[in-house]
Design a protein around this ligand. Structure first.
Ligand SMILES: Cc1cc2nc3c(=O)[nH]c(=O)nc-3n(C[C@H](O)[C@H](O)[C@H](O)COP(=O)(O)O)c2cc1C
Length: 166
């Protein structure tokens, strides 16, 4: 790396690209707004935290429309997308008002929406929320979970990918 001074925008771009070297799965985090409407967004900041108690973490950008609901809800689901569910990642990463249109969903605890045909699903109760720069970091307890043997969708270097054996 060169020592030449860089602008803030260049720093942010380089930081993003470097973070993008870390391959992740893709999840959709979903809950219900107080009026009962299902809401959800694509999230790849999901990770495990603790086995006992069973805790997971994810973070939500401060400036998103869904922030107000997630700041207040107690229960939500984390749905780990399968390799053939890239379209769901794209829908849930959009600003659409009706991301669930035409989608068959299961009802989880407290009516939390659960997507079908995922690799894994976690039903979570929020424990804490921590401000983390331009994101809010959620830590929650996993209350119920299930999985299938489907291959996961992968995100790396700003692109969708799928697993290949070494
Ligand atoms: C692959 C991928 C991963 C993403 N991960 C996150 C994330 O971890 N946290 C986040 O706040 N937004 C993330 N986003 C962006 C949100 O999905 C996107 O801003 C979405 O529009 C938010 O929904 P809303 O507009 O209904 O609030 C991700 C988007 C993509 C495509």
């Amino acid at each position: 790396m060169s020592d030449a001074p860089i602008t803030h925008a260049e720093f942010t771009r380089a930081f993003r690209d470097t973070l993008g070297m870390f391959a992740t799965g893709i999840t959709v985090v979903a809950t219900r707004a107080p009026n009962g409407e299902p809401i959800g967004l694509t999230v790849n900041s999901f990770n495990s935290v603790s086995l006992d108690p069973p805790l997971i973490v994810w973070s939500l950008a401060n400036d998103l429309p869904s922030r107000q609901v997630f700041e207040q809800c107690e229960y939500y689901s984390v749905n780990v997308l399968a390799a053939d569910q890239m379209h769901l990642s794209q829908i849930f990463a959009s600003r659409s008002d009706d991301k669930f249109a035409g989608l068959e969903i299961d009802e989880g605890l407290y009516g939390v929406p659960l997507l079908r045909d995922c690799c894994a699903r976690f039903e979570c109760r929020n424990i804490t929320r921590h401000p983390g720069g331009d994101h809010l970091v959620f830590i929650s307890e996993v209350v119920r979970f299930d999985r299938t043997d489907r291959e996961p969708l992968i995100f790396q270097g700003g692109a969708y990918r799928q697993l290949a054996p070494l």
